[in-house]
Ligand binder design. Structure first.
Ligand code: B12
Ligand code: SF4
Length: 278
């Protein structure tokens, strides 16, 4: 049993059209308008990260449309923290859209990001390496950033030529700080928890200590669900009740106090349940 729970919504519009959502965007529009159409982020040349999910078996060239399409909530979540810090983040859900290698490369070209981020289920490890190499092949200067489950446990598996940065652990605070430093032209990452990077002089991988678990999630920025608008997510929601045809996920808690020997959650999410405030 996982002690992370998800709130299911039958209609995504509940999120998109909630009063707080609308008010925030009206205020943002007014702010933007007052600035003469130049957002703060763009005025200081915000870096843009494109998060990409990958279809299973991508590296084998067997791209099949999946039956259950689950929203890439990890990326929506990280994008919220990045946007709050003034960075730019977009998502290409290659998993749900069943995109092949060339489609993903074209998607990257269309978004023209400064860096591409992949998450890493262990079962898709070969696909992440395959796609990172393909991205470097077509866009040699593109920075590749990896995080997620496999990187949390075995970051050194990603110490390969095609990868520039690896995050192990929670990245809500470290990823925005990382992008802030890059924006400022800094190449020192001292004190940036959970980051693995190459020393600019020696090329050797350097591993910073892992971040402590974030103790308090009482402040969570509004999740930018518009980044994954237009995809018909379903998961098993439709199977449970075919009348319900729309599905969305969110994060309501992290961690588990139990510590079963076969499960890594207490290590990767903490041995204490941390719930999000309502
Ligand atoms: C919810 C969930 C699901 C839901 C997903 C719902 C949804 N729409 O997202 C469903 C049921 C669909 C699902 C399916 C699967 N799941 Co699942 N799932 C989870 C669960 C419970 C929570 C994941 C989550 O959303 N966490 C919250 C987000 C915000 O945090 P996060 O993903 O951990 O990411 C943080 C860091 O890792 C980091 N990070 C992550 N990615 C990146 C990328 C970059 C670039 C950076 C910088 C940082 C970064 O930053 C984030 C914020 O701190 C975890 C267990 C757990 N408690 O973690 C298992 C878990 C992730 N699932 C797992 C597995 C195996 C699967 C499946 C492969 C099962 C299967 N055989 O089909 C599928 C894969 C689905 C897919 N897309 O390919 C394993 C992964 C183990 C591994 N080493 O790979 C886990 C860890 C459970 C376990 N211990 O076995 N899953
Ligand atoms: S430690 Fe045990 S109870 Fe907790 S999430 Fe893992 S399997 Fe479930």
């Amino acid at each position: 049993m996982q002690y992370i729970t998800f709130r299911l919504q039958t209609d995504c519009n509940q999120t998109f059209h909630s009063p707080s959502f609308s008010i925030k965007y009206v205020l943002y529009f007014l702010y933007f308008y007052q600035r003469g159409g130049q957002s703060t982020a763009h005025r200081r040349m915000a870096l843009k990260i494109l998060f990409v999910t990958l279809p299973r078996q991508l590296s084998r060239g067997e791209i099949k449309e999946v039956l259950f399409k689950s929203p890439p909530i990890t990326f929506v979540w990280l994008a919220a923290f990045l946007k709050e810090a003034g960075h730019d983040a977009v998502i290409l859900d290659g998993y749900s859209k069943a995109l092949g290698k060339d489609d993903i490369l074209d998607g990257i070209s269309a978004e023209a990001p400064d860096m591409v981020g992949f998450t890493s289920f262990t079962c898709e490890y070969p696909d992440v390496i395959f796609m990172a190499s393909a991205v470097k092949g077509r866009f040699p200067g593109m920075r590749i950033v990896i995080g997620g489950y496999h990187a949390n446990s075995l970051p050194e598996d990603f110490f390969v030529d095609a990868v520039d940065y690896v995050f192990s652990g929670e990245a809500e605070e470290s990823l925005p700080e990382f992008m802030t430093r890059l924006e400022a032209g800094r190449t020192d990452f001292d004190g940036l928890s959970s980051l693995h990077y190459r020393n600019v002089v020696s090329g050797e991988w350097v591993s910073n200590p892992k971040a402590a678990f974030i103790p308090d999630f009482s402040h969570i920025p509004l999740l930018p669900y518009e980044l994954i608008d237009g995809i018909d997510y379903n998961t098993w929601w439709k199977v449970i009740d075919p009348k319900k045809d729309r599905y969305m996920a969110t994060v309501t808690g992290k961690g588990c106090p139990m510590g079963c020997s076969f499960c890594d959650i207490s290590k990767t999410e903490g041995k204490r349940y941390r719930s999000m405030s309502a």
